[in-house]
Design a protein around this ligand. Structure first.
Ligand code: ACO
Length: 279
């Protein structure tokens, strides 16, 4: 059940979440997002992603962990293929309608896609640890959503597939960078351009999964990881995630300097706590 937000603005209402095919439960420091359109194998629409962005913008400030899972035995069948029909899905803007009738320029479509990408980008925020709990298929946008999270915990029946090139598209929901960062450009080319399924054990070997467990043990395994993450100091966790996220783009010297700056901030905070305790 969504609760009132302490963050900027209000969380999506239950009606807005339902329309977007999402569920949200916020309990203290943990937010659980469920992709919930079981009759469409949890396929997602533009509204799913703009609502995900809305969640990201309005989560209570004390939320530290975000878990994303699919309802039932599938994570997500990716984009709702109705989005590629001229009429779209449930009155939602179609991906091709504006191009077909000439009402959208390329720049308009890029701006629209940028809005959809917002639903994925916030999952990298340093103050959050984001966890994808994946059962069954995670196809296309579903795979990219899992790639946007910090950690992927997979059931042994999980299957990733970057289907976009097989449909004449490119993956455009921020998944290409994490995929290349994790598996390297050559394996990423092979996975994307064959659009083959990557099973859970292979995903583990490639670094696409931090953990693989039997399907019925997935909720418990996720809870264990969440508990371990919550046991770490929140500010230190955020500062460390920020450091780790920038490491690949930094030289050794830049990263060493970033470590020093971050540590000075941590030591200053610790000293402040000690001084307060001694008062
Ligand atoms: N968009 C819209 N409807 C979907 C989607 C989808 N992506 N995936 C499944 N459905 C619907 C089916 O049309 C079907 O509807 P119906 O009951 O009205 O006939 C229902 O969900 C069940 O689908 P099945 O195919 O019968 O389910 P099954 O368990 O056999 O297969 C699977 C599941 C493998 C996910 C299969 O449905 C599939 O391959 N879906 C398409 C995946 C896809 O191409 N996604 C787009 C990737 S590109 C991107 O995300 C950007």
């Amino acid at each position: 059940m969504a609760q009132a937000s302490n963050g900027p603005g209000r969380l999506p209402t239950e009606a807005e979440l339902t329309r977007a095919g999402l569920g949200l439960a916020v309990e203290g420091p943990v937010a659980r997002i469920t992709i919930s359109r079981p009759e469409r194998r949890n396929a997602m629409t533009g509204r799913t992603w703009t609502t995900l962005a809305h969640i990201g913008h309005t989560l209570p400030a004390d939320v530290r962990i975000v878990v994303i899972a699919g309802e039932g035995d599938i994570f997500s069948a990716g984009i709702d293929l109705g989005m590629f029909t001229p009429e779209g899905v449930d009155g939602e803007r179609s991906m091709v309608g504006g191009i077909l009738d000439g009402s959208s320029t390329g720049a308009d479509v890029e701006e629209y896609i940028a809005g959809l990408q917002e639903g994925f980008l916030w999952l990298r925020r340093p103050d959050l640890v984001t966890v994808a709990a994946v059962r069954g298929h995670a196809i296309g946008a579903g795979f990219q959503l899992a790639l946007s999270c910090d950690l992927r915990i997979l059931a042994d029946d999980a299957k990733f597939c970057m289907k976009e090139p097989a449909l004449g598209l490119v993956p455009d929901l921020t998944g290409t960078k994490p995929l290349v960062d994790i598996v390297g450009v050559h394996r990423a080319v092979e996975i994307c351009l064959t659009a083959r399924r990557v099973g859970a054990q292979e995903a583990r070997e490639l670094g696409l999964a931090e953990l693989v467990v039997p399907a019925d043990e997935l909720p418990g395994a996720v809870d264990d990881v969440v508990a371990a993450l919550l046991a770490t100091n929140a500010e230190a966790a955020a500062a460390t995630k920020a450091l780790l996220r920038q490491a690949a783009g930094n030289t050794l010297e830049e990263q060493a300097a970033a470590e020093r700056r971050a540590q000075v901030a941590r030591l200053t905070a610790l000293a402040g706590t000690m001084a307060a305790d001694n008062r």
